[in-house]
Design a protein around this ligand. Structure first.
Ligand code: ATP
Ligand code: BTN
Length: 260
């Protein structure tokens, strides 16, 4: 992966700008800083290696050199998209899922922010917002995709099993540039449809554990168990508990697991 080649590959897409790093702490940190400066909509920060890659709640995201895709998009949402910003993580997950599907894989989105292949985590998304007073200035969407086997962290560092595109395909895979191109292409396609029912439907159809019993742990001790039904129009998760009561799980510090 190098800057010149990336620029050439992405020139066919209408991105706002590109910053490439051989090594960086976290592309989300760089994107958040750029967003407070002059970054244009759909600017992208990408790195070959992250030394301080972050997941939610500052958990570590492993991005060793030469093996993964780690990038952050800066979105400056226009007025019509603002009511739909809670769908951003779904938009990102769907874009990664579609690019996996194009390779012949069967991705599932583990709500809210992971993409699974064969029940194992192959990608994660971290969205962060830059506020201007009480309105959104920009949204940074960080995506980490395990492309080659070397990107998969050692088992003892994981709370959930992990895999890579290479592990699942078991054959030559396209270059990281090409995979990135496909993800961005899909992202741009779906962003233009961000407010539509079509987006919720496509996201819902890709959900992991649909129709199955799941447990959702919220921060602290709270935990709910129920059948995973689908999504609300804002992207919240819809469950049905044992008493047939409908439960809505909102984004936040929540972890989804199949029920034991
Ligand atoms: P949960 O599974 O509870 O919903 P999560 O999967 O969304 O949470 P995050 O904190 O958002 O968890 O993601 C960071 C976690 O992902 C780390 O704690 C680590 O276990 C795992 N992880 C780190 N790097 C990778 C990687 N390259 N591939 C897969 N998993 C990783
Ligand atoms: C998760 O599953 O918790 C989300 C992981 C998000 C990782 C990506 S890699 C690119 C961007 N930079 C970061 O530091 N994190 C995100």
């Amino acid at each position: 992966m190098n800057e010149h080649f990336l620029k050439k590959t992405l020139s066919k897409l209408n991105i706002g700008g590109l910053r490439y790093f051989d090594s960086i702490g976290s592309t989300n940190d760089e994107a958040l800083a750029w967003a407070t400066e002059d970054a244009r909509d759909l600017s992208i920060v990408i790195a070959d290696e992250q030394t301080q890659g972050r997941g939610r709640l500052n958990r570590k995201w492993f991005t060793p050199k030469g093996s993964a895709l780690a990038f952050s998009l800066i979105l400056r949402p226009a007025a019509p998209l603002r009511p739909h910003l809670s769908r951003t993580v779904g938009l990102a997950a769907l874009s990664i899922a579609e690019s996996c599907r194009a390779l012949g894989l069967a991705p599932r989105i583990k709500w809210p922010n992971d993409v699974l292949l064969n029940g194992k985590k192959a990608a994660g998304i971290l969205t962060e917002t830059v506020w201007s007073g009480d309105s959104v200035d920009s949204v940074v969407v960080g995506m980490g995709i395990n492309v080659h086997s070397a990107s998969v962290p050692p088992q003892e560092r994981l709370q959930f099993p992990a895999t890579s595109l290479e592990d699942e395909l078991g054959k030559d895979i396209p270059s990281r540039d090409e995979i990135l191109y496909n993800i961005l292409n899909s992202f741009i396609h779906w962003r233009a449809r961000m407010g539509t029912d079509e987006l919720i439907k496509a996201w819902e159809e890709s959900l992991a554990f649909r129709g199955e019993q799941v447990q959702v742990k919220a921060g602290g001790e709270d935990q709910v168990t129920g059948q995973l039904l689908g999504l609300e129009s804002d992207g919240s998760l819809r469950l049905r508990d044992a008493n047939d009561k409908s439960i809505t799980v909102r984004f936040g510090d929540v972890s989804l697991r199949p029920a034991a």
